[in-house]
Design a protein around this ligand. Sequence first.
Ligand code: SAM
Length: 228
Amino acid sequence: MTLAQWTEVDDYFNGLLVGPDEALDAAVEAGDGAGLPAIQVAANQGKLLNLLARLQGARTVLEIGTLGGYSTIWLARALPEGGKVVTLEADPAYAEVARANIERAGLADVVEIRVGRALDTLPELAAQGHGPFDVVFIDADKPSNPDYLAWSLKLTRPGSLIIADNVVRDGEVVDGASEDPKVQGVRRFTELVAAEPTLTATALQTVGSKGYDGLMMALVTGQAPESR
Ligand code: SAM
């Protein structure tokens, strides 16, 4: 199978199940126009995030890694009246693009963008009493994933869902000798999730217009492993 075939299949399903969307399409266009890397989730993955947040009955979402706000919009749309997404972005220029995209989508009141390295803004969030969040979406610098897991555990409650993107990395995740810090970040993250008694998790490989990668989903049980 090739990327072209995966893309054609994505297009088929997206055409029937996801559809065009003015605000989301404009967000991608604005990101491209501003020179942002096209590393946002695919449309069907954005819809999956939206469905997961709805299944969770989420009112609050923490996103680590905003880029142009594409996944942020999908997540924010899942929330009921009064819901809130806090999204963390290191790059001020990306955050500005996201701000405009989120405003265009009519979600300015729902989304708070915090600019700065997430390892600086996460402690601030905790100190300010934010959380527990119902959903956490980890999608920033992969070497920091182990730290993001620790913060996610602090900022969630039993019943919360932690989702992490890009955990397969073209299959490189199985290479323990990889010198890629992103691969090592994802491997350590996975080992920590596996060893954490208050989580139960799975990971799925994905193919599509964005290539070969995968998603991890971990439910915070707050329980000992025998009751997972
Ligand atoms: N979630 C976005 C989406 O699907 O639309 C894509 C996020 S992109 C894969 C990763 C983002 O994380 C980039 O915008 C990058 O600037 C940001 N980032 C990288 N390192 C970061 C850090 N230390 N703290 C916060 N954001 C960071």
